[in-house]
Design a protein around this ligand. Structure first.
Ligand SMILES: O=C(O)CCC(=O)C(=O)O
Ligand SMILES: [Fe+2]
Length: 338
């Protein structure tokens, strides 16, 4: 099929050249993961006009961010029709010929970039059986034009940006970031050119390779990520050393804490490792919105006893890119401890 990236060829080569081939199966162990229900938060209460309900909802968001780093939300203000249209546009986007998709590849392109597999992978265990478009929010409209997508993608991005800001305000307020500091740390710094929409597609994988990840284990380089997943499961998060699968709920969006909120809160909120498993029968789609600041933003906790040294977001991103290039893996926050 002309839309499929040549994942199998690259993966086979990686298997040939890698001595770790025999150990891939150790990494997945998908049959041992548990299917828990993540905390489910009804956001309808935030605008109910009832102070008690609003506070209760905020408390649940804070508790889930602290205990799980992951939660699902319903009554988030994005209607089912829009989510269905978003999905259809996404299918259309990925059904374009591979050559056209990969021509949108330059990583410094302001309009967005296309990734498939993981060309930095040093072993099969580091390979991601997926393709993705990474689009700065400020370029969503140009990107949609270039790929003949409807205005739904832009409308979705506007709504999800607002939702992300609301959740960020609640989390920041709880860790003592007052309105004026919030503006300096997040409000003025989280702008459309620094936030991203990541559209992911996970093609079905031949059964004999089912030990390969759709997306290798990672934490998100963001303040917050809000994810819409289609009905095909596969997302797993790590809790207490166990992989837990995040069952798709058609009414819900998945929110997870990224590395930057973990630093801001000095480890109170958890940026949790997650990954995506592959499926031999059905393809999976997801759209992740990543809220990020401008590269010059200094990331620091307000605590006097911060466990992380101060760093700019640009420095953090560059380090992540270097680590992936040289080791095949993201190291992330452990490299920024004091
Ligand atoms: O597809 C998913 O469920 C997860 C995607 C993800 O973790 C990411 O894009 O960072
Ligand atoms: Fe992620």
């Amino acid at each position: 099929m002309e839309f499929e990236p040549p994942l199998i060829e690259v993966f086979k080569n990686l298997c040939k050249t890698s001595s770790e081939n025999d150990h891939v199966a150790e990494l997945i162990n998908s049959s041992r993961s548990k299917s828990y229900e993540l905390p489910l938060v009804d956001l309808g209460r935030l605008n109910s006009g009832q102070l008690m309900q609003q506070k209760e909802c905020e408390k649940e968001i804070i508790e889930a961010s602290k205990e799980w780093g992951f939660f699902q939300v319903v009554n988030h203000g994005i209607c089912e029709e829009m989510l269905m249209e978003l999905h259809e546009e996404q299918v259309k986007l990925f059904r374009q010929p591979f050559n056209k998709k990969s021509s949108q590849n330059p990583s410094n392109s302001p309009i967005g970039s296309y990734r498939w597999g993981n060309l930095a992978a040093k072993s099969p265990a580091q390979f991601s059986w997926s393709e993705a478009f990474h689009i700065p929010v400020s370029s969503v409209s140009d990107f949609a034009g270039l790929n003949h997508l409807s205005s739904t993608v832009e409308e979705y991005t506007k709504l999800i940006s607002k939702l992300s800001q609301k959740i960020a305000e609640i989390l920041a307020d709880n860790i003592g970031i007052c309105k004026s500091s919030y503006q300096k740390l997040l409000g003025d710094k989280v702008v459309p050119s620094s936030c991203y929409l990541r559209m992911n597609r996970y093609p079905p994988i031949p059964e004999f390779h089912s030990e390969v990840c759709g997306l290798v284990a990672h934490t998100d380089t963001s303040y917050l990520t809000i994810l819409h997943q289609n009905k095909t499961g596969g997302l797993e998060m790590k809790k207490d050393g166990m992989w837990i699968s995040v069952k798709p709920n058609p009414d819900a969006l998945v929110i997870n804490i990224g590395d930057l909120f973990q630093v801001l809160s000095n480890g109170f909120y958890k940026s949790v490792t997650h990954r995506v498993l592959t499926n031999s029968k059905t393809e999976r789609f997801s759209v992740a919105y990543l809220s990020c600041p401008t590269t010059d933003t200094v990331i620091r906790s307000l605590s006097e006893h911060s466990i992380y040294r101060d760093f700019s977001f640009g420095e953090f991103k560059s380090q992540v890119q270097l680590d992936v290039k040289y080791t095949g893996n993201k190291i992330g926050l452990p490299g920024f401890l004091r």
